[in-house]
Structure formats: structure tokens, C-alpha cells
Ligand binder design. Structure first.
Ligand code: FAD
Ligand code: PYC
Length: 416
């Protein structure tokens, strides 16, 4: 992309954006593809990009029922970290962090990855024990994580109140390589790069059925824009995974819940890092626009409404005001929700399915944004080779039957 001078940017803005180059083609669906990805979020777009770049599969379509990035990718609070407990998870999430580190260069698109550090607060003796266990486990598997005393946590994040409060801060786990990225840019960057390699990105195209042949294998997808033949379908539909997989007769152990977030009016840079509190279901960071980005836990009930209960936001705001009294006078600008797909062990599924030619990437719950490049990378491998990459080999569907669970409930961040 050519850099714009301030004046040329102003001229282009005032001219109704005439002369701006389109970032990806407005592709029309073809009758057949070598592979089809259902879902134009970061995971689906990224998978299409890696299919083309690393596996030479360019006759690929990404089918998105609305606009790309309009699902959880564009609704999340962008926290990136890899401080999960089990080796399997640390390998998966740290694979992602390593890809994040040069993603802007690789895609030639600024995804604004900022390693400002993620601080996870401990408020109870149980929290202290759990986080120290995470710190030790992470360090043993080569993932950075360190334990801070309350005073050290305050030195790292000066607005933090470590006084005598309802939720006392007993310490914190800090992952310095953690941080944030610009969510929309991730979708746009992958879309532009995939398109340049020949992938068709087709918006306003809902998948309504999956056809299987007499041998049970995938043959085609039915869409609101016609039938598309393909021998490989990769589903990355987040909160609607169960709905899509049911079209092929596959039932998954998933529940879909609303998860919400909100932002304040913008203020000058005041908040240097990301702070999360799992125990009180609240977390906060500051966007590059200056808004404080605040999130809460999931609603208690399953739903597809893309908005959460007001009492959940209120609870999170009360906790934030107690931890950071200086924010009490801030006004909130807007809130929104997304639908997150949750597995029984709070770990994702990135796998082949019992249906030949059908692959699924789901179950990220409240925490899949951070995994986007790593998950997309290994999902593409799985689709292209019809076998898992060593990193996603443990994240099967069968683990819920054979008991090889990867229980990350304590690392999942916000309650679910
Ligand atoms: P999505 O971006 O949701 O993409 C799936 C796409 O599939 C959607 O665009 C949808 O329209 C499309 N689709 C569905 N059905 C069909 C169909 N039948 N046909 C065609 N298209 C279809 N994770 C973190 O790591 N850090 C965070 O800080 C964080 N905060 C969050 C805060 C909130 C409020 C929410 C809701 C989520 C948060 N997450 C976070 C989770 C994260 O957003 C998701 O795990 C991740 O973005 C999932 O990406 P995806 O590409 O799989 O899904
Ligand atoms: O997974 O780190 C996370 C997260 C933070 C907020 C929502 N998810």
C-alpha cells in the first residue's frame, strides 16, 4: 500500500474516497472449489491465507454470511497471551504469539500488535496458588510468566489500587510478551493477503446446507448464493458452529453463550498494560484511540442474541471502579456482545471430523482471538494434508469420549 501524506489523505477523504484502491476483490461464487472455508472471521480468513501460501491451495473460497470480521473477530477485546497451564495449550497459544510477533511484516498490514504485558490479578489464596502453578508450568515449557508482589504489580500498573479493598490484590502473574492487537486489521490483513494469492472472499453468502455423497464424504455446500461443489469444507463459525455442523449430521459438545464488552469515552494515554481479574470477571486495557476497553464474564444462559445482560456489565464496572478508583468519573460510550462457543474443558477443537472432507475449528470460548494466527496456521495444515499438525493433534473431538481432556478452565480468563 502506498503511504499517504496528510494532505493527500484529507483530499481523498473529502472526495468520497474516490481513488482508494479496493483491498480485496468482490468475488462471485464459482461452481466449484478445491476447499471452502465457512466463516470469514480471523480463523477462517487466516486458514485460507495459509492454505494458499503454505500448501499451494489457491482455488479456495471463504464464505461469510455477513461481512468479514463482523463476528467475534470484530467484537473482542483483543487480549493476546499464552500463559495457559498445560503443555498442549502453551504450545498452541505460544505458536500464535510467535506468529503475532511478525504478522504485520508478513501480511504487509499493520495489525498494531503491542506487547504491553498482561497482568492477571490474584485476590484469594486459591488464586495465588493457581497463578503460581501457571507461572512455574509456563516457565518449564519456555513460555514467559512471572509472579509479582502487590507492590511490584502497582509499579507495573500505577493506576491499580492495592489498598484495603473488597477484592484485595494479593499478587499478580505477569506475561510481558502478552498484549493486544487491532482486531479489524487482523481480518482485513488476512483477507487482502489471501485475495492476492487467489482466494475468493465472498461476503453475504450464508451456508445453509452441507451435502454428502454415498460414501459419506463432503461433496458440496448449499448457500444463499447457490450450490458450491467441493471435496473439503473447513468450518470456523465460532458461536454458530453447532448450527453449521448439524448440517452435516455432526453433533459437538458445544454451548453458545453471550459475552459482552464496553468502551469508555476516549482519554489521554493513562493505562500502560492489560489487567485481568478472573475472580471478579472484569478486565481492562486502553485502546490506541484512548478508550478504556472493559470486559465482563459470560451470561449464565445459552443464547444467540449477540448482547448480554446489563447486570453482568454493571458487576464488571463496579469491580473496575474499585480496582481503579480514578476511572469512576469516566462515561461509558457503547457496549456490545458476541456469541462464544464453549467446550466442556474450555479448550478448542481443531480437527478432522467423522465426516471425510469436513474439518472444524471451534470451541474457543472467550479466548480465541489471541490464537488466530497459530490456529489458522495449523487448521490449514490439517485441511491440506487431511491429518493434524503436531500442535493441534491433541485438540480432537474424540477427547470428549476417550477422556484426554485439556482442562484450561482456570486459564480461560473470563468466566465460562
Ligand atoms: P468469528 O470472528 O466469530 O467468525 C465466524 C464467522 O462465521 C462470523 O463472521 C459469522 O458471521 C460466520 N458464520 C456463522 N455461520 C455462518 C454460516 N452458516 N455461513 C457463513 N458464515 C457463517 N479472545 C481473546 O483471545 N482475547 C480477548 O480479549 C477476547 N475478548 C472477547 C470479548 C468479547 C466480547 C467476545 C465476544 C469474544 C472475545 N474473545 C477474546 C474471543 C474471540 O473473539 C473469539 O474466540 C475469536 O474471535 C473467534 O474467531 P473466529 O474467526 O473463530 O470467529
Ligand atoms: O482470553 O485473555 C482472554 C480474554 C480476555 C478477555 C476475554 N478473553
Amino acid at each position: 500500500m502506498q503511504p499517504f501524506s496528510g494532505l493527500s489523505l484529507l483530499r481523498r477523504g473529502l472526495s468520497g474516497q474516490r481513488g482508494w484502491t479496493q483491498q480485496w476483490r468482490r468475488a462471485q461464487p464459482k461452481a466449484a472449489y478445491d476447499a471452502v472455508i465457512v466463516g470469514g472471521g480471523g480463523h477462517g480468513l487466516g486458514a485460507a491465507y495459509y492454505l494458499a501460501r503454505e500448501h499451494g491451495l489457491t482455488n479456495v473460497a471463504v464464505l461469510e454470511k455477513s461481512w468479514i470480521g463482523g463476528g467475534n473477530t470484530g467484537r473482542n477485546t483483543t487480549i493476546i497471551r499464552s500463559n495457559y497451564l498445560f503443555d498442549e495449550s502453551a504450545a498452541l497459544y505460544d505458536h500464535a504469539v510467535k506468529l503475532w510477533e511478525d504478522l504485520s511484516q508478513v501480511l504487509n498490514y499493520n495489525v498494531m500488535f503491542s506487547q504491553r504485558g498482561v497482568l492477571m490479578l490474584a485476590h484469594t489464596v486459591h488464586d495465588v496458588q493457581v497463578f503460581k502453578r501457571h507461572v512455574h508450568a509456563n516457565r518449564a515449557s519456555g513460555v514467559d510468566n512471572e509472579w509479582l508482589t502487590p507492590a511490584e504489580a502497582k509499579a507495573f500498573c500505577p493506576p491499580l489500587n492495592i489498598g484495603d479493598i473488597r477484592y484485595p490484590v494479593l499478587g499478580a502473574a505477569l506475561q510481558r510478551r502478552g498484549g493486544t492487537a487491532r482486531h479489524d486489521a487482523v481480518a482485513w490483513g488476512y483477507a487482502r493477503a489471501a485475495d492476492a494469492l487467489g482466494v475468493d472472499i465472498i461476503e453475504n453468502c450464508e451456508v445453509t446446507g452441507i451435502q454428502r455423497g454415498s460414501n459419506g464424504a463432503v461433496e458440496a455446500v448449499e448457500t444463499t448464493r447457490g450450490l458450491i461443489r467441493t471435496p473439503k469444507v473447513g468450518v470456523a463459525a465460532a458461536g454458530h458452529t453447532s448450527v453449521v455442523m448439524k448440517m452435516a449430521g455432526v453433533q459437538l459438545p458445544l454451548e453458545s453463550y453471550p459475552l459482552q464488552a464496553l468502551v469508555s469515552e476516549p482519554v489521554k494515554p493513562i493505562f500502560p498494560c492489560v489487567v485481568m481479574s478472573n475472580t471478579i470477571h472484569a478486565y481492562i486495557s486502553q485502546s490506541d484511540k484512548g478508550e478504556l476497553v472493559i470486559g465482563a464474564g459470560t451470561d449464565a444462559y445459552t443464547s444467540y442474541t449477540q448482547r448480554g445482560g446489563l447486570h453482568i456489565s454493571r458487576h464488571a464496572l463496579e469491580a473496575i471502579c474499585e480496582l481503579f478508583p480514578m476511572f469512576r468519573r469516566l462515561r461509558m460510550l457503547r457496549n456490545w456482545g458476541g456469541i462464544v462457543d464453549v467446550t466442556p474443558d474450555r479448550s478448542p477443537i481443531i480437527a478432522k471430523t467423522p465426516v471425510p472432507g469436513l474439518y472444524v475449528n471451534c470451541g474457543w470460548g472467550t479466548g480465541g482471538f489471541k490464537a488466530t494466527p497459530g490456529s489458522a496456521h495449523v487448521f490449514a495444515f490439517t485441511i491440506a494434508r487431511d491429518e493434524p499438525h503436531p500442535i493441534n493433534a491433541p485438540f480432537t473431538i474424540e477427547r470428549f469420549r476417550d477422556g484426554h481432556l485439556i482442562d484450561e478452565a482456570a486459564a480461560a480468563a473470563v468466566a465460562h
